[in-house]
Design a protein around this ligand. Structure first.
Ligand SMILES: [Zn+2]
Length: 453
Protein backbone atom coordinates (compact mmCIF):
# COMPACT_ATOMS: atom_id res chain seq x y z
CA UNK A 1 0.00 0.00 0.00
CA UNK A 2 2.75 2.37 1.07
CA UNK A 3 4.88 1.50 -1.96
CA UNK A 4 1.91 1.97 -4.24
CA UNK A 5 1.38 5.46 -2.85
CA UNK A 6 5.02 6.38 -3.27
CA UNK A 7 4.91 5.08 -6.84
CA UNK A 8 1.79 7.12 -7.59
CA UNK A 9 3.34 10.18 -5.98
CA UNK A 10 6.52 9.82 -8.04
CA UNK A 11 4.68 9.36 -11.32
CA UNK A 12 2.42 12.34 -10.57
CA UNK A 13 5.44 14.49 -9.74
CA UNK A 14 7.15 13.34 -12.92
CA UNK A 15 4.18 14.06 -15.17
CA UNK A 16 3.49 17.44 -13.56
CA UNK A 17 7.10 18.56 -13.75
CA UNK A 18 7.04 17.50 -17.41
CA UNK A 19 4.05 19.69 -18.10
CA UNK A 20 5.55 22.51 -16.06
CA UNK A 21 8.84 22.57 -17.94
CA UNK A 22 7.15 22.06 -21.29
CA UNK A 23 4.96 25.06 -20.60
CA UNK A 24 8.00 27.18 -19.81
CA UNK A 25 9.74 25.81 -22.88
CA UNK A 26 6.92 26.89 -25.12
CA UNK A 27 6.71 30.19 -23.28
CA UNK A 28 2.97 30.01 -22.97
CA UNK A 29 1.21 33.29 -23.30
CA UNK A 30 -2.23 34.04 -21.87
CA UNK A 31 -3.85 33.21 -25.21
CA UNK A 32 -2.46 29.74 -25.64
CA UNK A 33 -4.15 27.86 -22.83
CA UNK A 34 -4.72 24.30 -24.02
CA UNK A 35 -8.13 23.14 -25.11
CA UNK A 36 -9.98 21.50 -22.23
CA UNK A 37 -10.04 17.76 -22.10
CA UNK A 38 -6.97 17.45 -24.26
CA UNK A 39 -3.60 17.36 -22.63
CA UNK A 40 -0.29 18.00 -24.31
CA UNK A 41 -0.46 14.56 -25.89
CA UNK A 42 -1.08 14.31 -29.59
CA UNK A 43 -4.81 13.73 -29.31
CA UNK A 44 -6.54 12.53 -32.45
CA UNK A 45 -9.40 14.94 -31.92
CA UNK A 46 -7.67 17.90 -30.28
CA UNK A 47 -9.99 20.86 -30.53
CA UNK A 48 -8.83 23.88 -32.47
CA UNK A 49 -7.28 26.37 -30.11
CA UNK A 50 -9.91 29.06 -30.13
CA UNK A 51 -9.96 31.74 -27.49
CA UNK A 52 -11.74 34.93 -26.59
CA UNK A 53 -10.17 38.31 -25.93
CA UNK A 54 -10.30 39.72 -22.41
CA UNK A 55 -12.97 42.18 -23.59
CA UNK A 56 -15.12 39.39 -25.02
CA UNK A 57 -14.77 37.38 -21.83
CA UNK A 58 -15.67 40.45 -19.74
CA UNK A 59 -18.87 40.94 -21.71
CA UNK A 60 -20.00 37.32 -21.30
CA UNK A 61 -18.96 36.80 -17.71
CA UNK A 62 -20.87 39.60 -15.98
CA UNK A 63 -24.53 40.58 -15.85
CA UNK A 64 -23.69 43.17 -13.20
CA UNK A 65 -20.61 45.45 -13.36
CA UNK A 66 -19.91 44.59 -9.72
CA UNK A 67 -18.60 41.21 -10.98
CA UNK A 68 -15.55 43.11 -12.30
CA UNK A 69 -14.61 43.89 -8.71
CA UNK A 70 -13.80 40.21 -8.22
CA UNK A 71 -10.99 39.86 -10.76
CA UNK A 72 -8.31 41.59 -12.78
CA UNK A 73 -5.75 40.65 -15.41
CA UNK A 74 -2.32 42.24 -15.14
CA UNK A 75 0.96 41.64 -16.94
CA UNK A 76 1.68 38.62 -14.71
CA UNK A 77 -1.63 36.79 -14.72
CA UNK A 78 -5.17 36.60 -13.37
CA UNK A 79 -6.06 37.89 -9.89
CA UNK A 80 -9.19 36.83 -8.00
CA UNK A 81 -10.50 38.99 -5.15
CA UNK A 82 -12.89 37.98 -2.36
CA UNK A 83 -14.57 41.41 -2.38
CA UNK A 84 -14.57 44.83 -4.04
CA UNK A 85 -12.77 46.22 -1.00
CA UNK A 86 -9.97 43.67 -1.41
CA UNK A 87 -9.55 44.71 -5.03
CA UNK A 88 -9.32 48.37 -4.01
CA UNK A 89 -6.55 47.34 -1.60
CA UNK A 90 -4.78 45.18 -4.24
CA UNK A 91 -5.32 42.19 -1.94
CA UNK A 92 -5.86 39.21 -4.25
CA UNK A 93 -7.19 35.99 -2.75
CA UNK A 94 -5.51 33.93 -5.47
CA UNK A 95 -3.25 34.69 -8.41
CA UNK A 96 -2.66 32.42 -11.40
CA UNK A 97 0.44 33.40 -13.35
CA UNK A 98 0.19 33.07 -17.14
CA UNK A 99 2.77 30.28 -17.19
CA UNK A 100 0.58 28.37 -14.73
CA UNK A 101 -2.53 28.48 -16.91
CA UNK A 102 -1.79 25.19 -18.60
CA UNK A 103 -1.31 23.35 -15.32
CA UNK A 104 -4.59 24.77 -14.06
CA UNK A 105 -6.33 23.64 -17.22
CA UNK A 106 -5.21 20.13 -16.29
CA UNK A 107 -6.18 20.56 -12.66
CA UNK A 108 -9.67 21.77 -13.59
CA UNK A 109 -10.10 18.56 -15.58
CA UNK A 110 -8.70 16.19 -13.00
CA UNK A 111 -9.45 17.49 -9.53
CA UNK A 112 -12.88 17.75 -7.90
CA UNK A 113 -14.10 21.05 -6.52
CA UNK A 114 -13.12 20.19 -2.93
CA UNK A 115 -9.52 19.50 -4.01
CA UNK A 116 -9.49 22.62 -6.18
CA UNK A 117 -10.59 24.63 -3.18
CA UNK A 118 -7.66 23.29 -1.15
CA UNK A 119 -5.23 24.08 -4.00
CA UNK A 120 -6.72 27.57 -4.39
CA UNK A 121 -6.33 28.27 -0.67
CA UNK A 122 -2.83 26.83 -0.39
CA UNK A 123 -1.59 28.64 -3.46
CA UNK A 124 -2.87 32.10 -2.71
CA UNK A 125 -0.79 34.61 -4.67
CA UNK A 126 2.40 32.53 -4.61
CA UNK A 127 3.88 30.92 -7.67
CA UNK A 128 3.21 27.27 -8.03
CA UNK A 129 4.99 24.79 -5.82
CA UNK A 130 4.65 21.48 -7.62
CA UNK A 131 4.63 19.53 -4.36
CA UNK A 132 1.20 20.96 -3.67
CA UNK A 133 -0.20 19.10 -6.63
CA UNK A 134 0.58 15.52 -5.72
CA UNK A 135 -2.38 13.26 -6.32
CA UNK A 136 -3.86 15.00 -9.34
CA UNK A 137 -2.69 12.74 -12.08
CA UNK A 138 -3.39 14.06 -15.55
CA UNK A 139 -5.36 11.40 -17.34
CA UNK A 140 -4.58 10.42 -20.88
CA UNK A 141 -7.58 8.41 -21.97
CA UNK A 142 -7.62 9.41 -25.60
CA UNK A 143 -7.57 6.48 -27.94
CA UNK A 144 -7.14 6.45 -31.66
CA UNK A 145 -10.05 4.82 -33.42
CA UNK A 146 -11.59 4.29 -36.78
CA UNK A 147 -14.85 6.14 -36.10
CA UNK A 148 -15.27 9.93 -36.26
CA UNK A 149 -15.92 10.27 -32.50
CA UNK A 150 -13.55 7.54 -31.29
CA UNK A 151 -11.89 8.74 -28.11
CA UNK A 152 -14.43 11.52 -27.52
CA UNK A 153 -16.38 11.59 -24.25
CA UNK A 154 -19.78 13.27 -24.10
CA UNK A 155 -21.90 13.80 -20.98
CA UNK A 156 -25.66 14.11 -21.41
CA UNK A 157 -27.79 15.46 -18.60
CA UNK A 158 -31.54 14.92 -19.00
CA UNK A 159 -33.21 17.48 -16.72
CA UNK A 160 -35.52 16.76 -13.77
CA UNK A 161 -36.73 13.40 -12.45
CA UNK A 162 -39.76 12.45 -14.50
CA UNK A 163 -41.33 9.15 -13.55
CA UNK A 164 -45.06 9.12 -12.80
CA UNK A 165 -47.26 12.21 -13.13
CA UNK A 166 -47.47 12.61 -9.36
CA UNK A 167 -43.68 13.07 -9.12
CA UNK A 168 -43.69 15.37 -12.18
CA UNK A 169 -46.41 17.52 -10.58
CA UNK A 170 -44.41 17.69 -7.35
CA UNK A 171 -41.47 18.91 -9.47
CA UNK A 172 -43.77 21.36 -11.28
CA UNK A 173 -42.53 19.94 -14.62
CA UNK A 174 -45.57 18.49 -16.38
CA UNK A 175 -47.91 19.12 -19.30
CA UNK A 176 -51.62 18.34 -19.01
CA UNK A 177 -53.88 19.69 -21.74
CA UNK A 178 -57.55 19.06 -22.54
CA UNK A 179 -57.99 18.25 -26.22
CA UNK A 180 -60.89 19.44 -28.40
CA UNK A 181 -62.59 16.04 -28.02
CA UNK A 182 -62.50 16.29 -24.22
CA UNK A 183 -59.71 13.74 -23.69
CA UNK A 184 -56.59 14.76 -21.78
CA UNK A 185 -53.01 14.54 -23.06
CA UNK A 186 -50.39 14.43 -20.35
CA UNK A 187 -46.64 13.85 -20.19
CA UNK A 188 -43.71 15.27 -18.28
CA UNK A 189 -40.47 17.04 -19.10
CA UNK A 190 -38.23 14.66 -17.14
CA UNK A 191 -39.36 11.65 -19.18
CA UNK A 192 -39.15 13.27 -22.61
CA UNK A 193 -35.72 14.75 -21.75
CA UNK A 194 -34.52 11.25 -20.83
CA UNK A 195 -35.97 9.72 -24.02
CA UNK A 196 -34.24 12.43 -26.08
CA UNK A 197 -30.94 11.74 -24.30
CA UNK A 198 -31.21 8.03 -25.04
CA UNK A 199 -31.96 8.57 -28.75
CA UNK A 200 -29.00 10.95 -28.95
CA UNK A 201 -26.67 8.63 -27.01
CA UNK A 202 -27.27 5.82 -29.51
CA UNK A 203 -26.43 8.09 -32.46
CA UNK A 204 -23.23 9.32 -30.80
CA UNK A 205 -22.14 5.85 -29.73
CA UNK A 206 -22.58 4.64 -33.29
CA UNK A 207 -19.93 7.23 -34.23
CA UNK A 208 -17.53 5.90 -31.59
CA UNK A 209 -18.18 8.36 -28.72
CA UNK A 210 -18.29 7.31 -25.08
CA UNK A 211 -21.52 8.70 -23.66
CA UNK A 212 -22.51 9.12 -20.01
CA UNK A 213 -26.04 9.91 -18.83
CA UNK A 214 -26.46 11.50 -15.39
CA UNK A 215 -29.60 9.42 -14.89
CA UNK A 216 -30.74 6.34 -16.75
CA UNK A 217 -34.34 5.57 -15.74
CA UNK A 218 -37.58 7.50 -15.49
CA UNK A 219 -38.11 8.69 -11.92
CA UNK A 220 -34.60 7.70 -10.81
CA UNK A 221 -32.47 10.65 -9.75
CA UNK A 222 -28.77 11.31 -10.23
CA UNK A 223 -28.34 9.54 -6.86
CA UNK A 224 -29.48 6.35 -8.63
CA UNK A 225 -32.62 6.13 -6.53
CA UNK A 226 -36.15 7.51 -6.62
CA UNK A 227 -37.03 10.63 -4.68
CA UNK A 228 -39.05 8.47 -2.26
CA UNK A 229 -36.04 6.24 -1.62
CA UNK A 230 -33.83 9.29 -1.11
CA UNK A 231 -36.31 10.66 1.45
CA UNK A 232 -36.10 7.38 3.35
CA UNK A 233 -32.35 6.86 3.18
CA UNK A 234 -30.69 10.26 2.93
CA UNK A 235 -32.97 13.12 3.91
CA UNK A 236 -32.16 13.32 7.64
CA UNK A 237 -28.42 13.38 7.05
CA UNK A 238 -28.70 15.81 4.12
CA UNK A 239 -30.81 18.17 6.22
CA UNK A 240 -28.22 18.35 9.01
CA UNK A 241 -25.40 18.84 6.47
CA UNK A 242 -27.30 21.66 4.77
CA UNK A 243 -27.67 23.49 8.07
CA UNK A 244 -23.97 22.99 8.85
CA UNK A 245 -22.92 24.27 5.41
CA UNK A 246 -25.27 27.24 5.70
CA UNK A 247 -27.06 26.03 2.57
CA UNK A 248 -30.36 26.32 4.44
CA UNK A 249 -31.60 29.05 6.77
CA UNK A 250 -32.47 28.07 10.34
CA UNK A 251 -36.13 28.79 9.59
CA UNK A 252 -36.18 26.55 6.51
CA UNK A 253 -34.32 23.85 8.42
CA UNK A 254 -36.95 23.87 11.16
CA UNK A 255 -39.77 23.86 8.61
CA UNK A 256 -38.39 20.84 6.73
CA UNK A 257 -37.48 18.96 9.88
CA UNK A 258 -40.90 19.21 11.49
CA UNK A 259 -43.31 19.51 8.59
CA UNK A 260 -41.54 17.04 6.29
CA UNK A 261 -43.58 18.23 3.30
CA UNK A 262 -42.35 16.40 0.19
CA UNK A 263 -42.64 19.32 -2.18
CA UNK A 264 -40.93 21.75 0.21
CA UNK A 265 -38.11 19.28 0.81
CA UNK A 266 -37.75 18.91 -2.95
CA UNK A 267 -37.75 22.62 -3.69
CA UNK A 268 -35.57 23.78 -0.79
CA UNK A 269 -33.10 20.93 -0.51
CA UNK A 270 -33.30 17.97 -2.88
CA UNK A 271 -33.26 19.90 -6.16
CA UNK A 272 -29.97 21.61 -5.29
CA UNK A 273 -28.31 18.39 -4.09
CA UNK A 274 -29.50 16.51 -7.18
CA UNK A 275 -27.96 19.13 -9.46
CA UNK A 276 -24.71 19.08 -7.48
CA UNK A 277 -24.63 15.31 -7.89
CA UNK A 278 -25.14 15.67 -11.65
CA UNK A 279 -22.21 18.10 -11.82
CA UNK A 280 -20.06 15.77 -9.72
CA UNK A 281 -20.86 12.80 -11.99
CA UNK A 282 -20.20 14.82 -15.15
CA UNK A 283 -16.86 16.15 -13.89
CA UNK A 284 -15.76 12.70 -12.70
CA UNK A 285 -16.39 11.42 -16.26
CA UNK A 286 -14.05 14.17 -17.60
CA UNK A 287 -16.08 14.81 -20.73
CA UNK A 288 -14.95 16.73 -23.80
CA UNK A 289 -18.44 18.14 -24.09
CA UNK A 290 -21.63 18.33 -22.01
CA UNK A 291 -25.19 18.76 -23.25
CA UNK A 292 -27.99 19.48 -20.76
CA UNK A 293 -31.40 18.50 -22.10
CA UNK A 294 -34.57 20.36 -21.13
CA UNK A 295 -37.77 21.44 -22.84
CA UNK A 296 -39.41 24.79 -22.20
CA UNK A 297 -42.94 25.87 -21.32
CA UNK A 298 -44.39 29.29 -21.94
CA UNK A 299 -43.93 30.82 -18.49
CA UNK A 300 -47.03 32.98 -18.55
CA UNK A 301 -49.21 30.16 -19.81
CA UNK A 302 -47.95 27.80 -17.11
CA UNK A 303 -48.56 30.36 -14.35
CA UNK A 304 -52.11 30.92 -15.64
CA UNK A 305 -53.01 27.20 -15.60
CA UNK A 306 -56.18 25.88 -13.98
CA UNK A 307 -54.59 24.95 -10.67
CA UNK A 308 -57.55 23.03 -9.32
CA UNK A 309 -57.38 20.49 -12.15
CA UNK A 310 -53.72 21.16 -13.02
CA UNK A 311 -54.65 21.80 -16.66
CA UNK A 312 -52.80 24.10 -19.06
CA UNK A 313 -54.21 25.76 -22.13
CA UNK A 314 -52.49 25.01 -25.40
CA UNK A 315 -50.61 28.18 -26.41
CA UNK A 316 -49.61 29.75 -29.72
CA UNK A 317 -46.24 30.74 -28.22
CA UNK A 318 -43.16 28.84 -29.32
CA UNK A 319 -39.44 29.66 -29.13
CA UNK A 320 -36.01 28.14 -28.45
CA UNK A 321 -33.05 29.25 -26.40
CA UNK A 322 -29.75 27.78 -25.18
CA UNK A 323 -27.50 28.80 -22.30
CA UNK A 324 -23.71 28.87 -21.96
CA UNK A 325 -21.72 29.80 -18.80
CA UNK A 326 -21.22 33.40 -17.67
CA UNK A 327 -23.57 36.24 -16.66
CA UNK A 328 -22.70 36.22 -12.97
CA UNK A 329 -24.91 38.48 -10.88
CA UNK A 330 -23.43 40.65 -8.15
CA UNK A 331 -24.46 38.38 -5.29
CA UNK A 332 -23.21 35.24 -7.02
CA UNK A 333 -19.53 35.49 -6.08
CA UNK A 334 -19.77 35.44 -2.31
CA UNK A 335 -18.72 31.81 -1.93
CA UNK A 336 -15.17 30.69 -2.66
CA UNK A 337 -16.42 27.82 -4.88
CA UNK A 338 -18.16 30.41 -7.05
CA UNK A 339 -15.00 32.49 -7.39
CA UNK A 340 -13.02 29.39 -8.35
CA UNK A 341 -15.50 28.75 -11.18
CA UNK A 342 -15.22 32.40 -12.25
CA UNK A 343 -11.45 31.89 -12.33
CA UNK A 344 -11.84 28.75 -14.47
CA UNK A 345 -14.04 30.52 -16.99
CA UNK A 346 -11.57 33.40 -17.26
CA UNK A 347 -8.48 31.23 -17.76
CA UNK A 348 -9.57 28.09 -19.64
CA UNK A 349 -11.15 27.73 -23.07
CA UNK A 350 -14.45 26.55 -21.57
CA UNK A 351 -16.10 29.91 -22.28
CA UNK A 352 -14.89 30.16 -25.90
CA UNK A 353 -15.74 26.54 -26.70
CA UNK A 354 -19.13 26.82 -24.98
CA UNK A 355 -19.96 29.85 -27.12
CA UNK A 356 -19.03 27.98 -30.26
CA UNK A 357 -20.90 24.83 -29.17
CA UNK A 358 -24.06 26.77 -28.21
CA UNK A 359 -24.05 28.70 -31.49
CA UNK A 360 -23.80 25.49 -33.51
CA UNK A 361 -26.56 23.77 -31.50
CA UNK A 362 -28.85 26.77 -31.92
CA UNK A 363 -28.26 26.79 -35.72
CA UNK A 364 -29.09 23.10 -35.90
CA UNK A 365 -32.25 23.59 -33.82
CA UNK A 366 -33.37 26.34 -36.18
CA UNK A 367 -32.70 24.21 -39.26
CA UNK A 368 -34.13 20.95 -37.95
CA UNK A 369 -37.12 21.81 -35.76
CA UNK A 370 -38.16 25.07 -37.36
CA UNK A 371 -38.77 27.04 -34.16
CA UNK A 372 -37.52 30.61 -33.89
CA UNK A 373 -34.99 31.71 -31.28
CA UNK A 374 -36.38 33.89 -28.50
CA UNK A 375 -35.79 37.60 -28.98
CA UNK A 376 -32.95 39.09 -26.89
CA UNK A 377 -35.45 41.84 -26.00
CA UNK A 378 -37.81 39.31 -24.38
CA UNK A 379 -39.42 40.59 -21.18
CA UNK A 380 -39.13 37.20 -19.52
CA UNK A 381 -37.54 37.55 -16.12
CA UNK A 382 -34.65 35.13 -16.58
CA UNK A 383 -33.73 36.62 -19.97
CA UNK A 384 -33.96 40.25 -18.90
CA UNK A 385 -32.53 39.98 -15.39
CA UNK A 386 -30.19 37.02 -15.43
CA UNK A 387 -28.86 36.50 -18.96
CA UNK A 388 -26.32 38.18 -21.22
CA UNK A 389 -27.12 38.05 -24.94
CA UNK A 390 -24.09 36.70 -26.79
CA UNK A 391 -24.88 38.29 -30.15
CA UNK A 392 -25.83 34.92 -31.64
CA UNK A 393 -29.61 34.44 -32.00
CA UNK A 394 -31.05 32.40 -29.13
CA UNK A 395 -27.70 32.01 -27.33
CA UNK A 396 -27.38 33.53 -23.87
CA UNK A 397 -24.82 33.36 -21.08
CA UNK A 398 -26.53 32.48 -17.80
CA UNK A 399 -25.10 31.46 -14.44
CA UNK A 400 -27.14 28.30 -13.90
CA UNK A 401 -25.82 25.83 -11.33
CA UNK A 402 -24.72 23.44 -14.09
CA UNK A 403 -23.23 26.00 -16.48
CA UNK A 404 -21.19 27.17 -13.48
CA UNK A 405 -20.15 23.81 -12.03
CA UNK A 406 -19.43 21.65 -15.08
CA UNK A 407 -15.75 21.73 -16.09
CA UNK A 408 -16.19 21.32 -19.84
CA UNK A 409 -17.74 23.19 -22.76
CA UNK A 410 -21.45 23.04 -21.99
CA UNK A 411 -24.73 23.80 -23.74
CA UNK A 412 -27.94 23.95 -21.66
CA UNK A 413 -30.81 23.51 -24.08
CA UNK A 414 -34.37 24.81 -23.85
CA UNK A 415 -35.87 24.19 -27.28
CA UNK A 416 -39.56 24.82 -28.07
CA UNK A 417 -42.56 25.25 -25.74
CA UNK A 418 -44.06 21.93 -24.68
CA UNK A 419 -47.47 23.56 -24.21
CA UNK A 420 -47.54 24.89 -27.78
CA UNK A 421 -50.64 23.78 -29.67
CA UNK A 422 -48.66 22.00 -32.40
CA UNK A 423 -45.87 20.71 -30.21
CA UNK A 424 -47.68 18.92 -27.42
CA UNK A 425 -49.27 16.11 -29.49
CA UNK A 426 -45.97 15.25 -31.20
CA UNK A 427 -44.03 15.43 -27.95
CA UNK A 428 -46.59 13.08 -26.40
CA UNK A 429 -46.28 10.58 -29.26
CA UNK A 430 -42.49 10.86 -29.32
CA UNK A 431 -42.03 11.87 -32.98
CA UNK A 432 -40.70 15.31 -32.08
CA UNK A 433 -38.03 13.89 -29.77
CA UNK A 434 -36.36 12.22 -32.75
CA UNK A 435 -36.08 15.58 -34.52
CA UNK A 436 -34.64 17.34 -31.50
CA UNK A 437 -32.13 14.54 -30.89
CA UNK A 438 -31.13 14.70 -34.58
CA UNK A 439 -30.48 18.45 -34.27
CA UNK A 440 -28.20 17.84 -31.26
CA UNK A 441 -26.46 14.98 -33.03
CA UNK A 442 -25.73 17.12 -36.10
CA UNK A 443 -24.55 19.97 -33.86
CA UNK A 444 -22.14 17.76 -31.94
CA UNK A 445 -20.76 16.29 -35.17
CA UNK A 446 -20.22 19.82 -36.53
CA UNK A 447 -18.52 20.90 -33.31
CA UNK A 448 -15.92 18.18 -33.79
CA UNK A 449 -15.83 18.44 -37.57
CA UNK A 450 -12.97 20.95 -37.76
CA UNK A 451 -10.50 18.31 -36.60
CA UNK A 452 -12.08 15.32 -38.26
CA UNK A 453 -10.98 16.49 -41.67
ZN1 LIG B 1 -36.46 21.91 -17.41
Amino acid sequence: MKFARIAIFLSVALVLSGIFYLSIYFNLSKNTAIAPGFGTENAPHALPNISLSEAEKAKLIAKDPEVYEYYSFDNEGLNIYASAQDKANFKAECKIFYEEFEIFNTLFKNADIESLKIIYEKKGTQKLNLKQYEGYLPVNEKKMGALPLSGVKIALDPGHLGGDMETAMMEGKFIRIKNADGTITEFNEGNIALKTAKILAKKLEAQGARVMLTREKQGISAFDMSYEAWLQSSFDFALEEALKNEALSEADYQKLKHKRNKKEIHDLLFRRLDIEERARKINAFRPDLCLVIHYNVDEENYLNRDRENQLLNATEANYSMVFMPGSFLKNELQRKEERIELMRLLMTNDLALSLRFNSIIMNELEDNINVLPISPDSKMGYIRNASVFTGHDGVFARNLALTRMVHAPICYTEPLCQDNIEEYPRLANGSRLEEVAEAYYLGIMKFFEAHLL
